[in-house]
Design a protein around this ligand. Structure first.
Ligand code: G3D
Ligand code: MG
Length: 190
């Protein structure tokens, strides 16, 4: 992991969320900048992706896409242990499953390994009729429960068209830089 925060080394990200939220679609959007038809993920997918926007331009992201079906969720822990950032993808049109998504997100966010890892929530599937906008998703999922001490942010997106994804990734990268900077300053003070 890591290295100096000024050096543009590989940034490791883990993508999580319930099955069918759009994680793999988002991953292939990042990778190929086009729509790729996905099949339910068995095990995991991993791709190296170059950032395209703002501060994240040219930065290499290694993105792990971990399957979301309930029987593999216990495996999430082994991926979150040494990651720089977490991308949590939510289906904004599936209000019925937001409670389940919330429980999984909070459970994951509270594990000791991830307490200070920045979290980007993507309110995905904004193209669907009836999709909740990101502020509604934020309310329904009670994201304030992530706590004030934690770096987190929610962004609207559509993995099918790619809309919103690059901006969201750049924001996550900025949070990662912020965390590295804070960790470095804390080290100096000691
Ligand atoms: P997962 O990896 O989180 O399990 P997938 O989810 O990426 O496999 O996506 C599950 C389904 O949601 C796919 O449809 C995919 O095309 C669709 N999807 C993903 N992102 C979006 C989006 O932003 N908008 C819309 N409308 N659909 C999206 P199928 O039909 O193949 O199951
Ligand atoms: Mg998948």
């Amino acid at each position: 992991m890591g290295g100096s925060f000024t050096k543009l080394d590989n940034v490791h990200l883990v993508m999580m969320g319930l099955d069918s939220a759009g994680k793999s679609t988002a991953l292939y959007r990042f990778k190929f900048d086009q729509y790729v038809n996905t099949v339910p993920t068995v095990g995991f997918n991993c791709e190296k992706v170059k950032g395209t926007t703002g501060k994240a331009k040219g930065v290499s992201f290694v993105i792990w896409d971990v399957g979301g079906q309930d029987k593999v969720r216990p495996l999430w822990r082994s991926y979150t242990r040494s990651t720089d950032g977490i991308v949590f993808v939510v289906d904004s049109a599936d209000v019925e499953r937001m409670e389940e998504a919330k429980v999984e997100l909070l459970r994951m966010a509270r594990t000791p390994e991830t307490v200070s890892v920045p979290i980007l929530v993507i309110a995905n599937k904004q193209d669907l009729p009836g999709a909740k906008d990101s502020s509604e998703v934020e309310k329904i999922m009670c994201l304030h429960e992530l706590g004030t001490g934690r770096l987190w942010s929610i962004h609207p997106g559509c993995a099918v068209t790619g809309e919103g994804l690059d901006e969201a990734l750049e924001h996550l990268y900025q949070m990662i830089l912020k965390r590295r900077k804070a960790a470095k300053q804390a080290k100096k003070k000691r």
